[in-house]
Design a protein around this ligand. Structure first.
Ligand code: NAP
Length: 292
């Protein structure tokens, strides 16, 4: 799995398609989408326009919670493949644990195990799983998740959960790797601008890099894969230009110290199919709606 990928949440269809195309042209090989982002078809179109060989790309998509179980998971997976225009994904993730309906979460994962064995998913994994969710899942299933995609950035470093995953052999993929989740908090007086934090600005000056590049380099050096989202061509390029410098151990620990212990996203413990219960129309007739 590439260490850096493009995240494509929360854009228009046109933005998603153009960003995917531009990212591939700029050297990205990992694209992270989800059925819940409602842009798989645009992502597929960006990939198709790039002309890249399918085998040179790493495509991740995710199963939404209202499709958890067995039959609905099969239908949702096939709809994702169809919208993406591919016959396999490199990584298929359960988007969230549903703690109050964990039997369905387990059933969905067991169904994903069948996609792994029939080759339509090259790897399977989870997202937003805590240590106890992982334990519950692994007690009832046979394949260790390849990846746990969780919120990690300098302001929420998740040291303990990263250690648990490392012990289990599960790779951490950081969502909101640039702490973008903070700027999504509507009307919040406490909204942070991670790119203006004095520690990150000073490190940027020291290494002649931007605060974003400092954050992404920190991810790589602590062992995370990261999927920064940008729909801006210059920033897409900037986020990929992080392989020509190295942070010192001292600077890594000064970034670790920015941790607030406070997540920006929802606590996975409170996810239910009611609170996060929008449904996705997986019928072929709805595919075009994914491109409006
Ligand atoms: P992020 O990547 O940390 O931050 C994105 C924000 O930072 C956007 O506002 C973007 O604006 C800006 N940005 C990007 N590069 C920048 C740079 N070099 N300098 C300054 N600003 C920059 O946050 P995210 O979008 O929340 O997370 C990234 C991806 O993770 C998502 O797209 C999605 O694929 C995934 N994700 C997964 C989950 C999950 O539950 N599994 C949850 C959230 C996100 P511009 O577009 O204008 O550049």
């Amino acid at each position: 799995m590439p260490a850096i990928g493009l995240g494509v949440m929360q854009g228009t269809q046109r933005e998603s398609e153009e960003a995917v195309l531009f990212a591939i042209e700029s050297g990205y090989r990992l694209i992270d989408t989800a059925s819940a982002y409602l842009n798989e078809k645009s992502v597929g179109e960006g990939i198709r326009r790039s002309g890249i060989k399918r085998s040179d790309l790493f495509i991740t998509t995710k199963l939404w919670v209202t499709d958890y179980c067995t039959e609905s998971t099969k239908i949702a997976f096939e709809a994702s493949l169809r919208r993406l225009g591919t016959d396999y994904v490199d990584l298929y993730l359960l988007h969230q644990p549903v703690p109050t309906e964990f039997d369905k979460t387990v059933a969905a994962y067991k169904t994903a195990e069948t996609f792994l064995s029939d080759g339509r998913a090259r790897a399977i994994g989870v997202s937003n799983f805590s240590a106890s969710h992982l334990e519950r899942l692994m007690n009832e299933t046979s394949i260790v998740p390849a990846v746990n995609q969780i919120e990690v950035h300098p302001f929420f470093i998740q040291k303990e959960l990263r250690a648990v995953n490392a012990k289990l052999g599960i790779k951490i993929q950081a969502w909101s790797p640039l702490a973008g989740i903070h700027v999504y908090v509507p009307n919040s007086k406490d909204a942070l601008n991670p790119h203006k934090h004095p520690t990150l600005v000073a490190l940027g000056e020291k290494y002649k890099k931007t605060p974003a590049q400092i954050m992404l380099r920190w991810h790589i050096q602590i062992g995370n894969c990261a999927i920064p989202k940008s729909f801006n061509a210059a920033r897409i390029k900037e986020n990929f230009a992080i392989f020509d410098f190295e942070l010192s151990a001292e600077d890594i620990s000064s970034i670790d110290k920015l941790n607030t212990g406070v997540r920006g996203g929802p606590d996975p413990e409170i996810i239910t199919t009611t609170t996060f219960g929008f449904t996705i129309d997986n019928s072929p007739q709805a595919d075009d709606a994914f491109r409006q």
